[in-house]
Design a protein around this ligand. Structure first.
Ligand code: IMP
Length: 199
């Protein structure tokens, strides 16, 4: 019998990525929407707090182990903003408005260093005092103008020096190999293996 692990996300893209990188015949990942888990209130002040809140909420409502993630864009010159508020930087007006606001705030700034951050958390149960926590970073810069049609969020404005293009110009297969999420997932997989949760 495979171990069932709840995924505290309803994003189909993330589900299949987690399945592909971490999945094997011993674990069955079930999205929390299938188990009628209500959304958690993400009122943490860091990525890691929010990921733990989401994983704990999924464990609490299912009595099963859970994996949750939280991610966003940190801009060095803005002391890490938009950070945990990345998805609602322009007060919930959507990706385009978020990108426009970021461009406006960065106008005239020379230090344009930025990074995408992803935190993944695994919890055995809701009271687990030692959640497994992994980080993934993807270093880049806030470009002066958007480019590319792929991806979502800040991908059009995220310039990746190592690939000399914007994240939204990358094929999804390439992005899934190099992104913050890919790195966090690879690290979580290693931790799950080390703790014999995955073999
Ligand atoms: P989530 O918590 O993973 O849903 O991400 C929060 C927000 O961070 C998203 O709504 C995007 O604005 C931003 N973000 C996270 N990952 C990416 C990415 O890979 N590309 C572009 N934007 C991202």
């Amino acid at each position: 019998m495979p171990t069932i692990v709840v995924l505290a996300t309803s994003n189909a893209g993330k589900l299949s990525e987690i399945q592909r990188i971490v999945g094997n015949s011993e674990v069955e990942f079930v999205p929390q929407s299938q188990l009628k888990v209500p959304d958690a209130i993400e009122d943490g002040l860091s990525f890691v707090e929010n990921a733990i809140i989401k994983a704990r909420n999924a464990c609490h409502h299912t009595n099963l182990p859970a994996i949750a993630d939280d991610s966003g864009l940190e801009v060095a010159a803005l002391r890490g903003a938009p950070g945990i508020y990345s998805s609602r930087y322009a007060d919930g007006a959507g990706d385009l408005a978020n990108n426009e606001k970021l461009l406006q705030v960065m106008e005239g700034r020379h230090d344009r260093a930025a990074r995408f951050v992803c935190v993944m958390v695994y919890m055995h149960h809701a009271e687990d005092p030692t959640p497994l926590i992994s980080y993934g970073f993807w270093e880049g810069q806030v470009a002066n103008r958007p480019a590319g049609e792929n991806g979502f969020g800040y991908d059009p404005l995220f310039y990746v020096p190592e690939l000399n293009c914007h994240s939204a110009e990358l094929d999804s297969a390439v992005k899934n190999r190099v992104s913050h999420r890919a790195k966090a997932l690879a690290n979580l997989k290693a931790q799950l293996e080390q703790h014999k949760i995955l073999t």
